[in-house]
Design a protein around this ligand. Structure first.
Ligand code: SF4
Length: 283
């Protein structure tokens, strides 16, 4: 049985190794932490806060309320409490404040609520981080999230997405803030154990739309594989890391003709979806 002290030591050295091996941080950086209130984002914030002095980091957190009734409010509250307890500034943004709709109003236009949720959340997160002058955005993606995305890419033969994976995404456009994933090598169950062992206030509830996503099916499959054959997930991550080195080619980005945000197409995905949603609402 591992003690709390040993477990916390393992989490710290796991994160520190990813930060060091992949050069996630540089001295004197302003890092925006995407803080949903879920266990992964809360652990990311606590780990970066522990590295704050060593790297002389200026930390700020960004919370986005997508407008999911009965779910997101509690997460936002937990985000506020954690940011406050660590003395870190929290910037709150919402789909309704920025786009005039909630995810609840528009999710039914898509096959899965996660499609508009992801597009608009990434858009708002990047825009806000750029406005506050952050040099990187830290997200709470853990080992499980990363291998799920990896397998989804294979399932869709969508290899163009490869450059978007890995613990650190390079700067490819001055208005696209690069992402770092300090929990890249931490399994999801260890993140939950950390929160429980340390009595950290986190939002454990599951999003009511999560069952609609392909990710939830892949997650179930991977959990079954792992319980039958321990080490499967770690091995997939290793294969992923190797494939990544082979496939990583820089993508060319432009500025969206409509909103000026960085985009791989002439019009960004968010503007394309704004147009679709406006048409559907007016019809
Ligand atoms: Fe958004 Fe889907 Fe995550 Fe829910 S599960 S918060 S809809 S991405």
């Amino acid at each position: 049985m591992v003690s709390k002290k040993e477990f916390n030591g393992y989490i710290r050295s796991n994160v520190r190794k990813t930060v060091k091996d992949y050069k996630l941080l540089e001295e004197n950086e302003k890092i925006a932490v995407a803080l949903s209130g879920g266990k992964d984002s809360i652990l990311t914030l606590h780990m970066l806060n522990a590295l704050k002095e060593e790297y002389n980091l200026d930390l700020v957190t960004i919370t986005i309320d997508e407008g999911i009734s009965g779910y997101r409010n509690e997460g936002v509250e937990v985000a506020r409490e954690n940011a406050k307890s660590l003395g870190i500034k929290l910037i709150e943004k919402s789909f309704s404040g920025e786009f005039n709709f909630k995810l609840d109003d528009i999710f039914s236009f898509y096959k899965s609520a996660c499609i508009p949720c992801g597009v608009f959340r990434r858009y708002l997160l990047n825009k806000t981080a750029y406005e506050v002058g952050a040099s990187k955005i830290a997200t709470g993606h853990n080992l499980d999230d990363e291998i799920q995305s990896f397998l989804m890419t294979f399932a869709r033969a969508d290899f163009k997405r490869f450059p978007k994976f890995g613990p650190k995404l390079d700067t490819i456009h001055p208005k696209l803030i690069p992402r770092i994933k300090p929990l890249w090598n931490v399994p999801e169950k260890d993140v939950g154990t950390w929160a429980i062992l340390n009595n950290i206030d986190v939002h454990f509830a599951e999003c009511p739309y999560s069952h609609m996503s392909a990710r939830s099916k892949i997650k179930e499959f991977l959990n079954k594989m792992e319980s039958n054959r321990k080490g499967t997930k770690a091995n997939i991550l290793k294969s992923f890391d190797k494939t990544l080195q082979l496939q990583k080619k820089p993508i060319k980005l432009y500025e969206c003709e409509k909103c000026g945000e960085p985009s791989s197409l002439n019009v960004c995905k968010a503007c394309e979806m704004f147009e679709e949603i406006n048409k559907l609402i007016l019809d």
